[in-house]
Design a protein around this ligand. Structure first.
Ligand code: KIV
Ligand code: ZN
Length: 515
């Protein structure tokens, strides 16, 4: 049986970062890029360098540090965008410029105010320009699924003639259906004159919940690159989810006669990392990576799975990196056992980081009878979100009841200085946030707050996420503790520390690197 190789083009760092409320720092983008490299994706779209200096810096950092996958940068079809993209990609081992222009009449008339002939000329000229700097040029016809099919054939033929090595067919607004999109890919394969010289790629959005189905229909009709994001993050309803596409191709290999290069055992871990860093929670019933994806509730199902897992499981949790028998550590577990467990979970960390995590693990084990793999993963992921610490929480006290106003007092350390403050508020979390705000001495701008349990049980770890806003930028912070008020305070301070690292604010504290 001939198996076609499907390239995975991950755009978590570009389209995924356009998810409402998501704003990743450069070091967080690098963490995600490292996870994508471990997953063995073929292409990482690292960002849109012309969009902001922060985007430029993140693309340059990913290009310089990540070896293996091709690093792509997005550029509109104009010289300035392409120049900035190629500068950001300068240090990449393998670089791709991804340039795009809209092709649907709706976009031409209402957004670009250009004729089809003008768009055709600009697309061709931009690809020719990009080709002077890199061999690998991708061209996207934005809103392709609502464009005239013959115009698409014309423009794709022209850009391939100008040097495009990949032509991408985006369903920008998530409008198409599997049968229609499959037919479009077939039509392009049969009518773009020089299609044998380029890879056909698809990029589907999930507005009608069909992004993955549409991408798979495209694969069945000859597309050999799919664009996707971890956990399906992205603009509006998101993009096609990498984990769903990959596991569908893996599980139905014989049907699709296609395979990817992805190391599927990295899927679960990458999904959790992206969820922690972006603050976008994974719904429990999410396909492949949701908490319930492998849970069998009904007695009939449990009985079947116990006899033979094939009865109700079409894929095994181990195949995405979930161990069925998650080993439990406790307060008597030593550093060696902890380090071994980290290694088993796939973390290759520096000894100083392990030491730091081990003391956090010990604190946790004192409060929690059993420490599960999920707890350890949460400690590692939250550690990755920590930045230089202007302020550190020394202690807090909160008094709250249903009859009195909640009050909180905190002591923070900032460099050599200790600051104590107290406040009351609408409930314990509000009171502690207000006490912290008084202690740091400026208005923090809380936007949102979320709390979830990492595992089940009354002594479960609570993971708090906080979003704060300053100068039109959103900063997210995370905190972990078995005490949810402490988790919330830590998350708030983490967001404040990130804000202080990025903006000029009134503080006399010193940022201290925390390893
Ligand atoms: O959705 C879209 O059309 C895009 C393009 C830039 C590829 O993200
Ligand atoms: Zn998109």
């Amino acid at each position: 049986m001939d198996i076609t190789s499907i390239k995975i083009f991950d755009t978590t760092l570009r389209d995924g970062e356009q998810t409402p409320g998501v704003c990743l720092e450069a070091n967080e983008k690098l963490e995600i890029a490292q996870a994508l490299a471990r997953l063995n994706v073929d292409i990482i779209e690292a960002g849109f360098p012309v969009a902001s200096p922060g985007d430029f810096a993140a693309v340059s950092m990913v290009a310089a540090r990540i070896k293996g996958p091709t690093i792509a940068a997005l550029a509109r079809a104009n010289k300035k965008d392409i120049d900035v993209a190629r500068q950001a990609l300068e240090k990449a081992e393998r670089a791709r410029i991804h340039t795009f222009i809209a092709t649907s009449d709706i976009h031409l008339e209402h957004k670009l105010k250009m004729s089809r002939l003008q768009v055709l000329a600009q697309a061709q000229e931009s690809v020719r320009y990009a080709k002077q700097f890199v061999q690998d040029v991708e061209f996207s016809a934005e809103d392709a699924s609502r464009s005239d099919w013959d115009f698409l054939c014309q423009i794709y033929s022209a850009v391939i003639a100008a040097g495009a090595t990949t032509i991408n067919v985006p369903d920008t607004v998530g409008y198409t259906t599997p049968a229609e999109f499959g037919a479009l890919i077939k039509y392009l394969r049969e009518n773009v004159t020089n299609i044998d010289k380029a890879v056909i790629s698809v990029h589907c959005h999930d507005d009608l919940g069909m992004a993955v189905a549409n991408s798979l229909a495209a694969v069945a009709n000859g597309a050999t690159q799919v664009e996707c994001t971890i956990n399906g993050l992205g603009e509006r309803a998101g993009n096609a989810a990498l984990e769903e596409l990959v596991m569908a191709l893996n599980t139905r290999r014989e049907y699709y006669r296609a395979a990817t290069n992805i190391d599927t055992r990295q899927i679960y871990r990458s999904s959790r990392l992206v969820s922690t860093l972006t603050g976008v929670v994974i719904p429990p019933n999410k396909a492949v990576v949701g908490d319930n994806a492998f849970a069998h509730e009904s007695g009939i199902h449990q009985h079947g799975v116990l006899n033979n897992s094939l009865t109700y499981e079409i894929m095994q949790p181990e195949s995405i990196g979930i161990s069925r028998n998650a080993i439990v550590l406790g307060k008597h577990s030593g550093r060696h056992a902890f380090e071994e467990r980290l290694k088993h979970l796939g973390y290759d960390l520096e000894s100083q980081v392990i030491n730091n995590l081990f003391s956090q693990f010990k604190e946790l084990a004192d409060r929690k009878k059993m420490v599960f793999d999920r707890d350890i993963e949460a400690l590692v992921n939250v550690k990755k979100t920590q930045t230089a610490e202007w302020y550190r929480l020394d202690y807090h006290t909160v008094v709250s009841s249903n009859k009195t106003v909640a009050t909180a007092s905190v002591q923070l350390t900032s460099g050599e200085k200790m600051i104590e403050e107290a406040s009351c508020g609408d409930g314990p979390v509000d009171a502690i946030f207000k006490a912290i705000e008084k202690a740091v001495g400026f208005e923090v701008g809380l936007k949102d707050y979320q709390l979830k349990a990492v595992t089940a049980g009354e002594d479960a770890l609570g993971e708090a996420t906080v979003w704060v806003e300053r100068e039109d930028r959103i900063f997210s912070g995370r905190g972990l503790s078995t005490d949810v008020i402490e988790a919330s305070a830590k998350a708030y301070l983490n967001a404040i520390n990130k804000m202080l690292a990025a903006c000029e604010l009134p503080t006399d504290g010193q940022g201290e690197e925390d390893n």
